[in-house]
Every structure is written in structure tokens, then in C-alpha cells.
Design a protein around this ligand. Structure first.
Ligand code: CA
Length: 411
């Protein structure tokens, strides 16, 4: 069943969460953590309404059980929720289970099994490569053939609103004779989309089947310590530079809700091997932006871009991930890679916006930034925009706290 209007007024106006969205999260309004569905300015306490599905699906405050139940259950749940929230006959039974979103705390929407981060944005890879290796060698030789990635840390994935502490680490600047142990002085963000794997795999999976395994998407901020990264990354890639925290937005926007916004990956510049060839458009037209608010200050939108700028889709990345025989699990999280566009104002990291710190950019009120400063709050926002409505992700926000004092044993 599809519907375009809800009996709930706030779902029909200027909102990230119209009835065509119905994203899944976990909330606590003081009555304990439980699964919820965003609709307008409310959260549906989904375990309390008559959904006609196995009630144990909502027994714990995480969407992993629903994901594990598979695509037939995903479709049935979405159809039933649409019916409950559009047909006014259900209003008396459903309305008592709508909670004001403003009074609820939003928690991690699922248990992250494992986290892998990719490097699939051509503009980002070109910008970073130009800064680190020069324009001639900007793209690594494998980049046009492989969706490059690294295995990240599930343990430090946090939900929007969680503060992030500036990390310590080993750094060695161009003028340092020896490495030093110091708080990161070049702490950064990366604007990404996270794909959530909703079905497990054993063995190799084709791109089309990988697409069907994806339950939904979140906004993802891959916090990155550039000075730690620059010293540690060769030859095995990022390690501690990316381990401090990864922030995700609190609502899982389902693949079903994004279906009308599918758009193709670009024509490959070098032919892709058959196992990576997409059978259908694999990206989505999702407008994205980054806001930076200094402590006590006002927000400046420092970048705007779109998910359709990526070179590889999440389905291609997931298919590639399975080629080794690596089993994928329910709750696996795949970061897309930084989403930068062709122009300066489309850059999805401060490293690119300030060109490695050489060109600090201005904020409202006159301050400038090269990297994130203590007290800064970084917010990612995103929405797929339809005719008179949008499929929004809500906010992916985090404030940077100062580094802890240096412990005596580290002096
Ligand atoms: Ca990243």
C-alpha cells in the first residue's frame, strides 16, 4: 500500500518524516528504550500498536531482529505502518502510542556488528591524493578498479548527539625529527552515507543480490585525525586516526523509502570487472550539507553536496566485500567514503575545504577554520527531495570536547 498523506497533520507539511519515509529508530521518553518510527513531529511506539507481526521483533531496543527477519517482513511492516498512519479509521487505536519527538532521547537504532569504511568518492580521492602525492599521482593505481576500503571499529560507532573527545596519538610533522605523542591538532570530519546490511551472507554475492541485502541508510560522520593518519597510514591504511568515533544519524531510512530517488553511478572510466558491474542504478539523489557551530556561536553551512557524486555504490562495495568469502552479518555498517562534489563548496571534509590547512575558510561572524576546534559542533543533514515532500535523515551531530590531560605515564 502506498499513501501520500497521514491523518497526523505534522506529517503532511515541512518535515523530514512524511508518511513516505517512516524511518526506524530507538527512543527513550523516560519510559525505557524501545523501537520507534518517525512520523512528522512524533515517534510511533511501534511495539505497542497492532502490527500483525511477531511481537518479539520489537522485544529489544534495536532493529536487528526486524532486519534478520528478512525482506518479506520488511515489506509487510512498511505496508502495515503506512496503513495505520494514513487510514483515519486506525487513528483512535494508534494516536495514544505517538510520542512527541521533542521530548524523547534518540539512541543507537541498531547493534553495529562490524564497521567497514570505503573510499569511493572520486572528487574526495582526487583532492586528498593531490594534497598528499601531487596532481599527477592523485588517484592510486587501483582506485578505478577496486572499491577501496578498510576494516573500521564497530565499538566506537555512536549516535548523533554523543560528544566526541579529541584524541591523543603519535604524530610526526614535516619539521619534526622524531615522532611525538600529542593531542591531534588536525582533527576532521568526513561526510558519508552509511549502508546497513540487513541480511547475512556466506560466500560471494553478486551486486544485484547485495543491493537486496541492504536494509537502509544513515548519515555517517567518519571523524578523522589527519596528523595521526598522515604518519601511520603507510602501508596498511588508517588505524588510530579513524578509531576515535564514527557518528551516525538516529533514523534508519529504509531502502524502500529511497526507491524513487535511485540514480546511476557514473560511466566507469576504466571498465569494471563483471562482478562489480551494476545491474540497476545504485546511488540515490540525496542532498547533503555540513553545518559548523562554534561553542556559543551561530551555525555556518560550510559545504553542500549530493550522494549521486559517488563512483561506487554501497551494493558494489558490499559485493566486493564478499568476494574473499568474508561473511557479512546482520547489522554490518558500510561507510560510503567521503562525499565531495566537483567544486570547492562541495567538499565533504575540512581537510579539503581548507586545502590541508593552507586556505582557512571563513565562518559567520568572522572566525576561520582549518580543522575542528574544541567546542565546535558539526552537523550533517540530508534529504531526498520529491515533489512537495522530502525523505529526510534527521541530524547527525557531534560536539568536539578537548583532549584529556596528558597522563604521567605518557610523559
Ligand atoms: Ca571515511
Amino acid at each position: 500500500m502506498s499513501a501520500t498523506r497521514s491523518w497526523l497533520d505534522s506529517a503532511n507539511g515541512d518535515t523530514d518524516f512524511p508518511i513516505r519515509n517512516l524511518p526506524y529508530g530507538v527512543f527513550d521518553d523516560g519510559g525505557g528504550a524501545r523501537c520507534g518510527v518517525a512520523i512528522g513531529d512524533r515517534i510511533l511506539d511501534v511495539g505497542k500498536v497492532h502490527h500483525g507481526l511477531d511481537p518479539t521483533l520489537f522485544a529489544e531496543p534495536a532493529w536487528n531482529a526486524v532486519m534478520a527477519a528478512g525482506p518479506a517482513v520488511w515489506a509487510a511492516l512498511r505496508a502495515r505502518l503506512t496503513e495505520l498512519l494514513s487510514d483515519a479509521a486506525h487513528r483512535p487505536a494508534v494516536e495514544p502510542h505517538l510520542v512527541p519527538m521533542a521530548g524523547a532521547r534518540l539512541l543507537m537504532p541498531f547493534r553495529v556488528s562490524e564497521y567497514t569504511d570505503f573510499y569511493a568518492g572520486r572528487h574526495h580521492a582526487t583532492n586528498v591524493g593531490t594534497m598528499f602525492r601531487g596532481a599527477e599521482n592523485a588517484l592510486p593505481p587501483n582506485w578505478l578498479s577496486i572499491p577501496i576500503g578498510y576494516n573500521g571499529r564497530a565499538s566506537s560507532v555512536v549516535v548523533s548527539g554523543t560528544p566526541v573527545r579529541r584524541p591523543w596519538g603519535q604524530v610526526k610533522g614535516p619539521n619534526d625529527e622524531l615522532p611525538r605523542f600529542a593531542p591531534s591538532a588536525r582533527f576532521d570530519i568526513e561526510l558519508e552515507i552509511g549502508a546497513i546490511v540487513g541480511q547475512p551472507s556466506e560466500g560471494m554475492v553478486p551486486v544485484a543480490a547485495a543491493d537486496e541485502m541492504i536494509f537502509g541508510y544513515v548519515l555517517l560522520n567518519d571523524w578523522s585525525a589527519r596528523d595521526i593518519q598522515a604518519w601511520e597510514y603507510q602501508p596498511l591504511g588508517p588505524f588510530q586516526a579513524k578509531a576515535t568515533a564514527t557518528t551516525i544519524s538516529p533514523w534508519i531510512v529504509t531502502r524502500a523509502a529511497l526507491e524513487p530517488f535511485r540514480t546511476a553511478t557514473p560511466e566507469p572510466e576504466r571498465p569494471l570487472l563483471p562482478y562489480l558491474t551494476p545491474s540497476r542504478p545504485g546511488l540515490y539523489d540525496i542532498d547533503l550539507e555540513i553545518g559548523l557551530t562554534p561553542e556559543g556561536g551561530t551555525e555556518t553551512v560550510i559545504a553542500r553536496t549530493n550522494y549521486r557524486e559517488m563512483y561506487y555504490s554501497s551494493a558494489q562495495q558490499l559485493a566486493h566485500h564478499t568476494t574473499s568469502g568474508c561473511p557479512m552479518r546482520v547489522g554490518d555498517l558500510l561507510g560510503s567514503g567521503t562525499i565531495s562534489g566537483p567544486d570547492r563548496e562541495n567538499r565533504g571534509s575540512l581537510l579539503e575545504l581548507s586545502w590541508g590547512g593552507k586556505e582557512p575558510f571563513a565562518l559567520a561572524g568572522g572566525a576561520t577554520r582549518s580543522f575542528v576546534e574544541d567546542g565546535d559542533t558539526l552537523v550533517l543533514r540530508g534529504a531526498a527531495k520529491g515533489d512537495g515532500y522530502r525523505i529526510g535523515f534527521g541530524e547527525c551531530s557531534g560536539q568536539l570536547l578537548p583532549a584529556v590531560a596528558q597522563p604521567d605515564w605518557a610523559r
